[in-house]
Design a protein around this ligand. Structure first.
Ligand SMILES: NC(=O)c1ccc[n+]([C@@H]2O[C@H](COP(=O)([O-])OP(=O)(O)OC[C@H]3O[C@@H](n4cnc5c(N)ncnc54)[C@H](O)[C@@H]3O)[C@@H](O)[C@H]2O)c1
Length: 354
């Protein structure tokens, strides 16, 4: 039986917005379905949040903590889900790893800085800790189906992925992660990009550009293109996968969530509507997968290694904008170029009135 604990419970999962989704509730529902997991404790700097969460999942009030280090010391968990804002991900994951927690499932994006993302990955790798990220779209049924079409060879050899999320960081991390999944989970060689940031877009405590354009190349030669914000209408789908003999569109324009269409260069579009329950279903599947991997020692699809490949492209795009040129990998910076440019007054961003 695995003892599971949570850091950052959130307040209210029924009222999600970009300042709080209470993701820990969705993680907890997923572990709760598994026979080999027991929800034993939670920590939140706001005691009422921890108490409400404990109450919702039958955790003893005595096992609620304000200080997560105290929780780690007292409970000695097997699995910790980290569901705090991105600025705290690396620090908390590293503390959990140093404590000796065998498996840590952290919310996306990896961290607010590229240095943090690298350090959390290195620390867990050196200590043999299974570190995973909640890039749950690898388990979204329609996206899984799109990957099946690609890997079956129906559109020939994959040549290019085209992505249109609202931004490269908060939402983009899911799109880049899936692009990695469909293209073979390879690192990129370089990226070139430009951004526009004029209206403050502060999601989960992090700046996100209003618009970006970028190109990168994976080390297997597959090309990536991304347009965010108002540029996202460049393709009539959320994501397009282009092969030597055809195209797959994920969530084509005008179609329902869960739809995929594809065609070979000779044929007409074939539409497939994939049945999907609610948006949290892939979180359940992802958590089931990481618990299985903890048991059998296999590398999880949601591994830090895979997440690091896509995170390098994200910070690389912002770094390319800062440097006004192509960025060759490995990315040798420590900070978050967008946050740094905002702090230095290099971008004309207007703060949102609160
Ligand atoms: N995978 C997805 O689809 C998805 C969707 C929404 C949000 N997220 C991500 O989930 C993460 C958490 O976002 P959320 O919306 O659940 O946030 P939230 O605000 O709902 O919950 C975060 C909780 O962390 C607590 N907290 C802050 N600092 C802490 C500390 N030092 N120790 C303990 N608790 C602390 C806060 O009090 C709060 O209760 C973010 O990284 C966000 O990007 C992922």
């Amino acid at each position: 039986m695995y003892d599971v604990t949570f850091i950052g419970t959130g307040a209210d999962p029924d009222n999600p917005d970009v300042s709080g989704y209470a993701m820990a509730y969705h993680h907890a529902n997923a572990y709760d379905r598994l026979e080999n997991c027991e929800l034993v404790a939670c920590a939140d700097i706001i005691p009422e949040n921890a108490s409400a969460f404990a109450n919702a999942f039958g955790i003893d009030e005595a096992e609620t903590f304000q200080d997560y280090e105290e929780m780690l010391a007292e409970v000695d968990p097997d699995i910790v889900s980290v569901c705090v804002p991105p600025a705290l991900h690396a620090e908390i994951v590293i503390d959990c790893a140093r404590h000796g927690v065998p498996a840590i499932h952290c919310e996306k994006p990896m961290d607010l800085t590229w240095g943090g993302a690298r350090r959390m990955t290195d620390t867990c790798w050196r200590r043999g800790v299974q570190l995973t990220f909640n890039h749950q779209r690898r388990f979204k049924p329609s996206w899984v189906r799109a990957r099946e079409i690609v890997t079956s060879g129906s559109i020939g050899e994959i040549e290019r992925v085209e992505l249109t999320p609202p931004n490269v960081f908060d939402w983009g991390t899911h799109a880049f992660d899936y692009a990695g999944y469909v293209t073979g989970d390879r690192p990129a060689d370089w990226v070139i990009g430009q951004i526009d940031y004029r209206d403050e877009q502060y999601w989960f405590g992090a700046h996100n550009e209003n618009q970006a354009q970028a190109q990168w190349v994976y080390d297997n030669g597959v090309v990536g293109l991304i347009s965010t914000g108002i540029g996202g209408s460049v393709i009539p789908a959320f994501m397009r996968i282009v092969g030597t003999d055809g195209t797959v569109d994920i969530e084509p324009e005008g179609d329902e969530n869960g739809d995929v269409r594809w065609r070979t260069s000779e044929g007409s579009w074939k539409h497939e509507s994939i049945e999907e329950d609610d948006w949290t279903e892939p979180i359940d599947s992802g958590i089931e997968h990481i618990v299985e991997c903890l048991e059998n020692g296999h590398e999880p699809e949601l591994s830090a290694k895979n997440a690091l490949n896509s995170t390098e492209i994200i910070f690389g795009i912002w770094e390319s904008s800062r440097r006004r040129g192509r960025v060759d990998f490995p990315l040798e910076i420590d900070d978050n170029p967008l946050e740094a440019m905002v702090a230095a007054g290099d971008l004309p961003v207007t703060q949102k009135e609160t």
